[in-house]
Ligand binder design. Sequence first.
Ligand SMILES: [Cu+2]
Length: 210
Amino acid sequence: MIRIPTFTCCSLLLPCLLSAAEPPAAPAGHEHHGSGTATASAGRKMELVEGLTSEDFLRLGAKPNTVDLVVIAVFNDENYGMNFNGYAKGAAVYVIPKGWQVNVTYINPSPVPHSLLVIEKDSLKKLQVPEPYFKGAAVPDHLKGLAYGKSDFSFTADEVGEFALACGFPAHAMNGHWIALEISADAKAPTLKLGAAEPKAASPAKPKEP
Ligand SMILES: [Cu+2]
């Protein structure tokens, strides 16, 4: 039952009653993760990530100076599901030599929409992320996000700098849904550092399918 306010805040009482009945807003970025005891990783379609291991997070590509990344949203419950490959807030770091071509496979096995694009680290605090920094470095509709899906994109890492592989769904990047991407002039080969572990070299390229 709606409690009628004891004061009249405007001549049209109805809109006031409506706003009084509205529930309090959830913190930004968490509102669609549901409530109760369900975990962030509940309801994932695991067939979307079947057969993939951490070896697939970073692989040399089929051609020289190319690299294949697999970046999985809601990999686990870390950061309310707002993680990539299990890491959030820059806790995983890809280092890619300048000039290499980066082929990214984004997978979201969860029913909650997320997305992926490359932005400058400086842009992470924004409620709405900017356009991808490198040409083509985003999944389609990165502001709307994609649930239960897979999307590939490629870009050339032709500028050195501190970047992020970030989720473009509003407020997610600022709530930690990003991992780091460093484009380096000094690095001779790509590496991936997961959490506190030492940086690891890329896995060998996948053998060509017959
Ligand atoms: Cu997200």
